[in-house]
Design a protein around this ligand. Structure first.
Ligand code: OSB
Ligand code: MG
Length: 367
């Protein structure tokens, strides 16, 4: 396969409600889509970088820039391209894993559409539907939070994740536990605490949480290991795990007992699968995180979440949790699960009419 050209497309997707975390509030997803064209097939992917570098150092304008200047030229120069060749060609470029993941995933989609194989089959999925959780943002009040959680539970979500930060932690968790009984419940701090908060975070032990996600800083693997010794609640890492090497370090240091795998954060589905394999071999549970993806990113995540080591429900929620209108056929919850796409590649495509309506700009890069 040889690449004819690559399209970078920016779309603007209003969220159905603002999403507040310890690092900021999002109202609209400003998404970069990558379309790879080859004589055999086209491939689509979504870059998960956000508008501002608050969750990670990457941001969407930066991702578009590094793709345009360095990554697309490196890949269009290859005589034979597949996802592994893209990974090797981009390896000398430091960082920018979300940008790399988008290009590698678009090529993987094209390659699999050409061969007629689904993402799920390529990755080694063992299930045809995955149980879904939902990530619930920080709210203005406890009653507003209880309303939101109540409607998600009514829709069928099998696990609730509450975003926390200092000043919004013990009381919201207590209120959700009291109102909704033994629902599967976990929290995500997005790096809002330090090790000096250990005694405070240990107060969460009383609520039987599945896990606490990324309580400390991105670079704090050693401090997470110390915190994990002081908490009964299992520690899960998100921001700290950039690659399989980081996962190996976290496992050796005992920094966590659970890993949130986001393919964008780790540079793509090939690396995401390696982290899954490594964690599975070491008895570390994994689950599939999310970055408020459209149907394009969600389709591939749902395929990944169907691998055998994904033993906890993911943040792979239905389209309507994010958008009034998705750019693909919407993902809908069925008995708390999403069906794993079975068609070639990611198994879904953007609706041209919807895509035209949400597109802010396009750029065509020729090899
Ligand atoms: O930390 O998991 C996170 C969204 C954007 C950035 C970081 C995170 C999140 C979520 C939402 O928690 C997950 C989703 O529903 O896609
Ligand atoms: Mg997280």
């Amino acid at each position: 396969m040889k690449i004819t050209g690559v399209e970078l497309r920016r779309i603007s997707m209003p969220l159905v409600s603002p999403f507040r975390t310890s690092f900021g509030t999002e109202h609209t997803r400003d998404v970069l889509l990558v379309r790879v064209v080859t004589p055999e097939a086209e491939g689509w992917a979504e870059c998960v970088a956000q508008e501002a570098p608050l969750y990670s150092p990457e941001y969407v304008d930066g991702a578009a820039d590094v793709l345009r200047r360095f990554m697309v030229p490196a890949v269009t120069a290859l005589p034979h391209v597949d996802a592994y060749a893209v990974e090797r060609a981009l390896e000398p470029l430091k960082g920018h894993r979300m940008a790399k993941a988008a290009l590698e995933t678009a090529v993987l989609d094209a390659q699999l559409r050409a061969s007629g194989e689904s993402f799920a089959r390529f990755l080694g999925a063992t299930r045809d539907a995955v149980p879904c959780g939902v990530s619930v943002g920080i709210m203005d009040s406890i009653p507003a939070l209880l309303d939101a959680v109540g409607s998600y539970i009514a829709e069928g979500y099998v696990r609730i994740k509450l975003k926390i930060e200092p000043g919004w932690d013990i009381e919201p968790v207590r209120a959700v536990r009291e109102r909704f009984g033994d629902v599967l419940l976990q929290v995500d701090a997005n790096a809002a605490y330090t090790l000096t908060d250990a005694a405070h975070l240990a107060r969460l032990d009383a609520f039987g949480l599945l896990l606490i996600e990324q309580p400390l800083g991105d670079d704090d693997l050693v401090q997470h290991a110390e915190l994990a010794r002081r908490l009964k609640t299992p520690v899960c890492l998100d921001e700290s795990i950039h690659s399989a090497a980081h996962a190996a370090a976290a496992i050796s240091l005992k920094s966590c007992s659970v890993v949130n795998i986001k393919p964008g954060r780790v540079g793509g589905y090939l690396e995401a699968r390696r982290i899954h394999d490594l964690c599975r071999a070491h008895g570390i549970a994994v689950w599939c995180g999310g970055m408020l993806e459209t149907g394009i990113g969600r389709a591939a995540n749902v395929a990944l979440a169907a691998l055998p080591g994904f033993t906890l429900p993911g943040d792979t929620s239905a389209s309507r949790r994010y958008f009034a209108q998705d750019i693909t056929k919407p993902f809908e919850l069925r008995d708390g699960h999403l069906d794993v796409p079975t068609g070639p590649g990611i198994g879904v495509e953007p609706d041209p009419g919807v895509l035209a309506k949400v597109t802010a700009s396009t750029q065509w890069l020729v090899g």
